[in-house]
Design a binder for this molecule. Sequence first.
Ligand SMILES: Cc1cc2nc3c(=O)[nH]c(=O)nc-3n(C[C@H](O)[C@H](O)[C@H](O)COP(=O)(O)O)c2cc1C
Length: 437
Amino acid sequence: MLRLQSAARNSTEWFENIERYLHLDPVQFNYSLLTRSQRISHENLRVRDKAWLEEQATSEKPRHSRPPMFTPFRLRDLRLKNRIVVSPMDQYRAIDGTPTDWHLVHYAERAKGGAGLVITEMTCVSPEGRISPGCTGLYAHEHEAAWKRIVDFVHAETDARIGMQLGHSGPKGSTQLGWETMDAPLPDDNWPVIGPSPVAWSPHNQVPREMTRADMDLVRDEFVWAAEMAARAGFDLLEVHCAHGYLLSAFITPLTNRRTDAYGGSLENRMRFPLEVYHAVRAVWPPAKPISVRISANDWVGEDGITPEDAVEIARLLGDAGADIINVSAGQTSMRARPVYGRMFQTPFSDRIRNETGIATMAVGNIYEPDHVNSILMAGRADLCCLARPHLADPYWTLHAAAQLGYRGETWPKPYLAGRDQLHRVASRSDASGIKV
Ligand SMILES: Cc1cc2nc3c(=O)[nH]c(=O)nc-3n(C[C@H](O)[C@H](O)[C@H](O)COP(=O)(O)O)c2cc1C
């Protein structure tokens, strides 16, 4: 019943906002119309009309049988071999901010696994800016050296690219590891936390100290120093974390920003400090390399918080500032949130931002089948798809997807070629498309 309601809501929204899609070419417009509920997928369309999909839906045309997810994508001088992104995922395994062998193996495996872009976990710009004692940092020389080792491996041994996500935990800092009690304060040795306003994450968390202008200067400079280290370490992309209730996100949402100065009140004012950080970081980040900004496109609390409509405005302000792509996440900004989960549940926010502003987007959230990715891309709902949990379960998700779709154009690491051949042989014997009509 909930699935039906969700499909009906997506469909109604499509028709109510049809002008959003009028710029699409007729074939893509048609594709978007047919898949508007998110229940009819790419493979469903193939079953219904194979000739139309392969002849009309142009992305498969130039190189027959290249599924949309394997088309390259460009941002500034960064060329990604495909549209799959390993979404940022905190590993809580760092020692005093330094990535360890765990991180080398973790990121290396995912880069070997076929994704076009691997984005690191939120890496913190100061010790106080960490979420937990296990978070990685970029505020000491040893951090830079440890990250460089990881980046060098990815570049030497794979054709994946690697992005660095930078963040500051703000009011959600000084908390336990992800598999302990999430977002709860440490049993002892808590460090003081800061935020736009003295609004605690929950009754159990510390009340953050309201930031002064001097605090803002310091945090902005910490982002700059971290971005400089990331550039020296050789990262291909930078992502500024403005989502999930951490410091920059806490400025954006009115739920945690109660300031009465130039940094609170209207959305423009609440965006002022995040944009200041963005500009400062952009000034030191190599011009040829892109910057992504991750946002929470919905606080899931109704009109009191950020709504998908506000998110379009947030994306527009970031786009005007020069952000190359918006990574469209949602939520984790309030204990009051009531998210509506489901397959690809955050993708409509990406669709809206991309088609109302023309800015490139990444979609994320419960995207777990190749068919989901192909449908999202073909309908123009996002430019890239981030998969988080699927990459915890399977670092080789992309290479497995290629085999499932019978696509041989992806590069496997040379020592693993025999495994590739067997996987493709086995996949070709079964109907692996996973079609459910
Ligand atoms: C273990 C874990 C750690 C995460 N850490 C981060 C993080 O450091 N930064 C971030 O922006 N999102 C983080 N996320 C959120 C994911 O990037 C992603 O947005 C979310 O899991 C939804 O995608 P999925 O349905 O593919 O898992 C984390 C998610 C998981 C499961």
